[in-house]
Design a protein around this ligand. Sequence first.
Ligand code: ATP
Ligand code: MG
Length: 664
Amino acid sequence: MSTGFSLSSLNEAQREAVNSLDGPVLILAGAGTGKTRTVTCRIANMLQQGVLPENILAVTFTNKSAVEMKERVCGMVSKAAGEVITVCTFHSLCVRILREGIEKLGYKKNFTIYSGQDQIGMIKQLIIRKGGKDINLDANQVISLISNNKNAGIPAHDQADELVGAIALAYNNELRAQNAVDFDDLLLLAEKLLREHSDVREVIRKKYTHVTVDEFQDTNGLQVKLLKQLVGVPYNVCVVGDDDQSIYGWRGADVTNILQFERIFPDPKVILLEVNYRSSAAVLKTANSLIKHNLGRREKELKPFKPGGKPLRLITMPGDEEEAEFIAEEMHERNATQKTPWEDFAILFRTNAQSRNLEVAMRDMKIPYRVVGSQSFFDRKEVRDCIAYLQVLNSPISDVPLLRILNAPPRGIGQASALLITEASRERECSIWEAMGVEEVLSQLSTKVRNSVNAFVELILKYHERFASGEECMGTLFHEFIEEVGYEDWMRRHCKTENEKKQRGEGLNDLRSDLAHATSKKRTLQKFLDHMALQSDKDDDIEKQKGVCMITLHASKGLEFPLVYLVGLENGILPHKRSLEEGTIDEERRLLYVGITRAQDEFTMTYCAWRTKYGDRTSCEPSVFLKELSFDDIIEEDYDDIMGAEATEEETESFFDGLKSLLE
Ligand code: ATP
Ligand code: MG
């Protein structure tokens, strides 16, 4: 097999990793030292050494990095072989495993994956049902309590609060009854399936003889347990990680997993990489000066491959609008005069809310941009409605999507009737769909409603079969279905403006062409829905668009850009105010470290004297982290000096006083 990768493009430690294909390997190294590049070459080498592509599995942290790694391997070896290897996230891997064997755990094969939105809907209902109308419980908080337990291997209902426990129990029972799973269940059930069923485990172990995990520092205990089941003797497993970049503690990730690795897979070959090829010496020195304030880390110093470099910039801004305008203008200028491509720029921020001003400024200056990590497509009502329809067509016993579309568009099954059927389904401990086929339930409805229910059931059954047969193009079929249901007309009637009509129409069109594409790839409706579910809930967006990349710090992990702007270096934002309360400031520091180490050539950070929150101006304090950075390679600039703008004294005075005492 011809390979396009050459060992000479690697340093000695990297080469050693690439050549160590047998037994456990642990690559521990700092940012930008070529971990991802090394494991990608290592996979190419496996192919060269005769490992079959179908036996290779690589687990990445996001869908985006999975796509990238696959492309890189395709570029190095033959495209055909690259296409066959499995590169995916833990969650998609679990879906694959469960689609094969979930029946052994008592589920039906066509289980539905409920997204965050579906969960919220269910939990909200359960809060009212279990706690009454006046109860003041936050659905998101309940979900995260349930999720924490699932990830920690504790029963979901094992809660300090009795009501939350009752809700958790009911939630799990409902999921089960609807043949549905949430994101945590994917991991939980896959691990259980492999652990309890040696036949399934053996099949999987035989299939994936060579396993790689990138960004291992952000795996949680459950994922490590899964890995343990997945990989058998002789433990051909390679994990890659950097303890300084562990930023998902809030999702249960645990840095000590790196230590656990050595316990599960004894005597791994440990490889340390020390040369950073990504960033200039100036960027690295600044990043190093920050991260050394974290205690209890494995001491390591990154050596820059690129000497020197431009100094970093710290710019004070009067307000958040100026911050955004300044960045947009500067990018515009550089693009116009130096022909810097838009794709070279990235703007990093701590919270999603910060992207709004930036987007406005980009639009004003007509700069193309993409927001990575936004879920806009999936948040759109028409997309969610149609996905719900497709979920019902795939598996009608899923109550959540069924309720969503039962009367959308209106077909004479109003709220009162829906409630009656729902209650009946609870009494009978069956799904709503099943209840709609029970004579005693139907007899409680008026003839008119009853006819509507029957017509609905028939319609779903008809298309269910057509989708299941796999003989028609799903895009065309979907179009026909939506027409028959009258969804598009109904949606159009509810649009307030022409623009909205156009946008929503585009949403449907996108979905239609996605379905057509899936058909051409011989994917089933089930596969299509899995793919959608796995896309919709993550900090992640595989859409390949051009333009300036606007991205949260969390989602920026593993990526690199020539020119990086990091905005909002203020207390309360970075470090986030929650971290001050929860004592997770070290994780915030690692997050800033991740941000700085994304930069290849230039790094600019900004902070504002005030920021608009909920329509009010609030004054801001510069981030405590600024005090920790070495200023040897940072120059400070002031917005007013650069722009010649006037800021009122009031606005800036207290801010600069604060800053002065902080930096002194
Ligand atoms: P992160 O910790 O951010 O995930 P990483 O350790 O995975 O970073 P890579 O993204 O693999 O690092 O590599 C960083 C950059 O350095 C890439 O542009 C890569 O192509 C380059 N690089 C890695 N190794 C070498 C090498 N031996 N020679 C030249 N360039 C290299
Ligand atoms: Mg990487």
